[in-house]
Design a protein around this ligand. Structure first.
Ligand code: AMP
Length: 463
């Protein structure tokens, strides 16, 4: 194993997760900021030996400096190595894989295989799949490459049409991809590169068998990239079975990527939460905010309450049609919608740079989700503020969250809704039932098991 920058992460390679030949470990500190210095000596995209059409596209996008994961991954991916990337959204990981993939596609031009693709990217949700597809289109704007995206929740006609002649790059949610493969519309025997993005989330959503079924139809000789924000044993196992001599690139763990986020906890009774959130989002400091709820129906109610109170708000969750979700996202991106009210999975992969505030209307019952949620603000080097409302019922979850981030969250008490009962509550954590009661929107397509698994035994259950 070659360690370019050592650290505890080296243990995966030495523990025999990858019993193959040399495994290079690159550990990079800190997440992306626009002003940051890239690690190692390389500081420009040209230094990374990216081709001229890609450099031109990056210039148009205003990217000047590779992020740590880009600097760490791109040279190895250009050489055709497999890669295990430990990074979450916001680190620049999409470009880290899209740029070298595009360069290699362009360097060896062959026609796209009918009904097939040369590059397959699997992603857990339609939002993330769409964003990845858009990123490929953006970076390939000066190349002649074709691309398509397939996911559930919309009619399949256009996706089937798009695939008829084959494409260079296909981005897909696993459920719909398998459906289309089953109907004979997609065939993957010519895939050269496979990317699994947000692999931990795909496993949480119950896609593991689907992924294995898809991968079984791919050629053995291919380049494989796996990205995951966390490395539970299930991911290490999947990576071990699919990657060959991978380079491992790791950006700082989630708790340090959110260092720039100012965090505040407010103790509020359930009955006062709507009034409290209304007051918070009306603050002139709030430019653009995401409000998180646990339940889909609650997301609707909060959005309705805010709309009635004169705040432009939209709810986004798995029960909304694709069109409604896209409209809400477009409005949020353009600034026409000030507040997006979202459930956890619906918000995964939402990539909007100027979110000034994240509000937790409910605390998440899974501690890692807290980190993912607050990471929606303070992106791209900006500052951000995450304010959480904690009721007596959710007090027990706060203890788990503070354990997860390794520090207490500062409490703000001087407000009209402060509740000592909530702050001092010793109530046991509620058990969340299954059957769709949770507010976790479903991802790509198909009903595929757990939406959000608890990663630690705590007596809680998520649907
Ligand atoms: P990702 O982690 O792929 O979701 O990317 C997060 C955000 O960073 C996206 O808005 C990208 O457009 C942006 N981005 C990616 N690479 C860079 C870079 N080198 N410089 C500035 N912004 C970037």
């Amino acid at each position: 194993m070659t360690t370019l920058s050592g650290g505890p992460a080296a243990s995966y390679a030495t523990q025999g997760t990858f019993p193959h030949a040399a495994c290079i470990l690159i550990r990079v500190r800190g997440s992306m900021t626009r002003r940051q210095e890239a690690p190692f000596r390389m500081t420009t995209f040209a230094d990374l030996k990216l081709s001229e059409p890609l450099l031109r596209a990056l210039e148009t996008e205003g990217y000047t400096t590779p992020t740590p994961i880009q600097a760490g991954a791109i040279p190895h991916l250009l050489e055709g190595r497999d890669l295990l990337g430990l990074a979450q959204t916001g680190t620049g990981k999409t470009a880290a894989f899209a740029l070298p993939i595009l360069q290699r596609l362009e360097a060896r031009r062959v026609p796209a295989p009918p009904k097939g693709c040369r590059v397959l990217v699997l992603a857990p949700t339609r939002e993330l799949a769409s964003q990845i597809d858009e990123s490929f289109a953006t970076y390939a704007r000066h190349m002649r490459l074709s691309h398509a995206v397939v996911f559930g929740g919309v009619g399949q006609g256009r996706q089937v049409d798009a695939m008829r002649r084959g494409v260079d790059v296909l981005v897909a949610a696993p459920g719909r991809l398998l459906d289309l493969m089953g109907q004979g519309h997609i065939e993957l025997s010519k895939v050269e590169v496979l990317v699994l993005d947000e692999a931990d989330r795909m496993l949480d959503m119950g896609f593991v068998r689907d992924i294995r079924r898809i991968v079984a139809t791919l050629p053995q000789a291919r380049q494989t990239l796996l990205f995951s924000a966390t490395m539970p044993p299930s991911i290490a196992e999947l990576a071990g079975s699919m990657l060959r001599s991978p380079v491992r690139v790791e950006v700082a763990p989630p708790s340090t990527t959110v260092e720039r986020v100012r965090q505040t906890m407010m103790f509020v009774d359930e009955a006062d939460k709507k009034a409290a959130i209304e007051k918070l989002v009306k603050s002139p400091k709030v430019a653009r905010a995401i409000v998180f709820t646990l339940m889909k129906h609650e997301a609707n109610k909060v959005a309705e309450h805010l709309t009635k109170a004169g705040v432009i708000a939209e709810a986004i969750h798995g029960n909304k049609s694709q069109g409604a979700r896209e409209r809400a996202m477009a409005g949020f991106r353009s600034g026409a919608v000030k507040v997006l009210v979202a459930t956890d999975i619906a918000a995964r992969g939402i990539d909007v740079d100027d979110v000034s505030h994240v509000f937790n209307f409910d605390l998440p019952n899974v501690p890692e989700s807290y980190v993912h949620r607050i990471g929606r603000t303070a992106r791209a080097g900006r500052e951000g503020h995450a304010i959480s409302l904690c009721s007596a019922e959710q007090r027990a979850w706060l203890r788990d969250i503070e354990k997860e981030i390794g520090a207490p969250i500062p409490v703000f008490r001087e407000h009209e809704y402060h509740s000592d009962a909530a702050q001092n509550s010793t109530m046991r954590a509620p058990v969340l039932g299954g059957g769709g009661g949770r507010g976790q929107g479903r991802g790509g397509s198909g009903s595929r098991g757990a939406q959000n698994s608890n990663r630690r035994p705590s007596g809680r259950r998520a649907a």
